[in-house]
Design a protein around this ligand. Structure first.
Ligand code: TEU
Ligand code: CA
Length: 571
């Protein structure tokens, strides 16, 4: 059975407000800047815009540390600006999704300021506090050995109360205590506040972390060289997660709102289906990171891992097949604000291949089953910072904390060099460089030097150059969104099946809806490869997408050019 829904047919454009468009010449992107570019977004062909946080925040983590859920940060604009953004999108037939960051607040939130001021505060129990563990020599130690996402312990000592508070991310991002029904009520109220304003839904940040194992046990030692260990097994899918999400889901359904939850560290689809199963009424879909974490080693994000195209497509296949079999739904993405650019990270950003590679990756992800997300600049084929840029150019606390920790640990030059190699692929900074609008100063992003440097390639790679060019990466993404509309049955609702599944160089799949078939072929190699096309596809059809200007005919034995990608509709 086909469960149709508007949010399955929609595509989403993700905006990082600080880096999209600066309207007032302070070097930082803002909401009026976004409003000035709505026609550009509409022209791309997406249905929903998701903006990363722009609430009041000290911005230790670029706004993922919220100090007031009901106000907009001055840097980004005003409440009136947000209302105008909602209207501007609705007038163009698009929707607005906001980022809801409720695993934690900022330490500058009124709740936390009160909570840390006194153990008797009515807000004390909004956060997670524990007594120190006492060491062999009577010293005070963190209550357990869990590692924070941004290096160091997840516990921060508060001398005044002689207790530690818990923070999965930065010390300035204390985790909310969802065990407290008042906290849950506050979150529900915040959701209603924005939905009443006309916002169409939420991307729910780090949502699988809201319920923790109440015993907070020590994590097993998996990286002996590290003082702190990955405790995800105790906080990534806690015992009360589905109870909390069922409450949230009721509100979302009441407003017919869109929802996508972010769930790092979960690679088991039988867990995700408990959230996204069609009869579960929790969230519409989940960002899981099994595919995009493929280049991360066992020691975490900045450790290296070798992988093959075969493994890449096997992961996609696992989620595609599972969700279609079990009535769930996928969120499709290769980029976001927390990662490197996909050509640089997963394939190649060599100038001679760059456009072809960006289009190949768009083909690979864009025609699978699920709701498609594109991250600002991905539609232009933007790539990572140049390798010549040193650590001084990086601004993100994840990168800088990791680097600082290595220096503190007295890491050798070798270790520092390999960390730099991993930063060059995966640091969050790459995706946060200013959007490249045109070839004027600062890429048309701002009239002044932006808060983070503009990439060096902006004169050639920018929106103004690409929008009117039928062969640009931008036009290619537009074709993908067009195709998903024109061939909705097969491309949105069709069954997914790998083609030639054991091929090590070519990732091919088909989508099937009744007699309609879409054949999607992508080569992951930088040289020509021959491919024996399975017999069943040698029948009349038409090519609807190709990343080389001259299209290759489907033939029993064909030679695919470097990183070639094409799509046929067969009947
Ligand atoms: O990320 C949550 C998360 O689980 C991190 O591990 C994330 O995968 C990491 O940043 C990757 O390097 C979300 C947001 O997307 C991120 O920008 C925030 O910093 C984080 O939550 C805290 O709010
Ligand atoms: Ca600005």
């Amino acid at each position: 059975t086909v469960h149709r829904a508007w949010w399955k047919e929609a595509s989403v454009y993700q905006i990082y407000p600080a880096s999209f468009k600066d309207s007032n010449g302070d070097g930082i992107g803002d909401i009026p800047g976004i409003i000035s570019k709505l026609d550009y977004i509409k022209d791309l062909g997406v249905d929903i815009v998701w903006i990363c946080p722009c609430y009041k925040s000290p911005k230790v983590d670029m706004g993922y540390d919220i100090s007031d859920y009901r106000d907009i940060d001055d840097q980004y604009g005003t409440m009136t600006d947000i209302e105008e953004l909602v209207k501007g999108l609705h007038d163009r037939g698009m929707k607005l999704v906001m980022d809801l960051v409720v695993n934690h607040t900022s330490d500058q939130h009124e709740w936390f300021k009160s909570a840390i001021a006194s153990k008797d505060s009515p807000y004390r129990d909004y956060y997670i506090w524990k007594k120190p563990k006492i060491g062999e020599n009577g010293e005070k130690l963190p209550p357990n050995n869990w590692l924070s996402a941004f290096s160091g312990s997840v516990w921060k000592y508060d001398a005044k109360s002689d207790e530690y508070y818990f923070h999965l991310f930065a010390t300035e991002q204390p985790d909310l205590n969802w065990e407290n029904p008042k906290v849950r009520q506050e979150v529900h109220d915040v959701m209603r506040f924005w939905l009443e304003k006309g916002v169409d839904g939420f991307r729910m940040d780090a949502i699988n972390f809201i319920s923790k194992d109440p015993a907070f046990p020590d994590a097993p030692v998996t990286v002996p060289s590290s003082k702190y260990q990955n405790g995800a097994m105790y906080y990534a899918l806690g015992p009360r997660l589905h109870e909390y999400l069922a409450d949230v889901g009721k509100i979302l359904i009441e407003y017919n709102a869109f929802s996508v939850g972010e769930m790092a560290h979960v690679f088991d689809p039988t867990e995700i289906i408990k959230v996204v199963g069609f009869d579960r009424n929790e969230l519409n879909m989940i960002f899981q990171f099994e595919l995009t974490d493929i280049d991360m080693g066992p020691a975490g994000k900045f450790s290296a891992n070798n992988w093959t195209p075969r493994q890449f497509k096997d992961i996609s296949n696992k989620w595609q097949v599972f969700m279609q079999k079990n009535g769930g739904w996928n969120a499709l993405f290769l980029e976001n604000h927390d990662s490197g650019r996909s050509p640089s990270r997963f394939v190649s950003d060599k100038p001679e291949f760059r456009g072809v590679v960006a289009k190949m990756l768009a083909t690979y992800i864009g025609l699978q089953s699920g709701t498609l997300f594109v991250y600002q600049g991905e539609e232009l084929g933007l790539v990572n910072m140049p390798k010549s840029w040193t650590i001084e150019k990086y601004k993100d606390l994840e990168t800088l904390n990791y680097h600082k920790q290595l220096l503190l640990d007295g890491a050798s030059q070798d270790v520092l060099d390999s960390a730099m190699t991993e930063f060059q692929k995966k640091a969050r900074d790459h995706a946060r460089l200013p959007f490249q609008w045109d070839s004027s100063d600062f890429a048309g992003f701002s009239t002044v030097q932006p808060w983070i440097d503009v990439n060096e390639d902006f004169k050639e790679w920018n929106a103004a150059a690409e929008v009117g060019d039928p062969l640009s990466v931008f036009s290619y993404w537009r074709s993908i969104f067009d195709l998903r509309r024109a061939y909705k049955n097969v491309l949105v609702y069709g069954k997914f099946e790998l083609v030639d599944p054991t091929n090590e160089e070519i990732c091919a799949y088909q989508r099937i809806f009744r007699s309609e078939v879409a054949l999607v072929v992508t080569s992951f190699v930088d040289s020509a490869v021959t491919w024996t096309v399975p017999q069943e596809f040698l029948r009349p059809g038409k090519v609807v997408l190709s990343n080389y200007a001259d299209v290759t005919e489907l033939d029993a034995k064909m030679v695919l050019r470097p990183y070639e990608a094409f799509t046929y509709i067969l009947s």
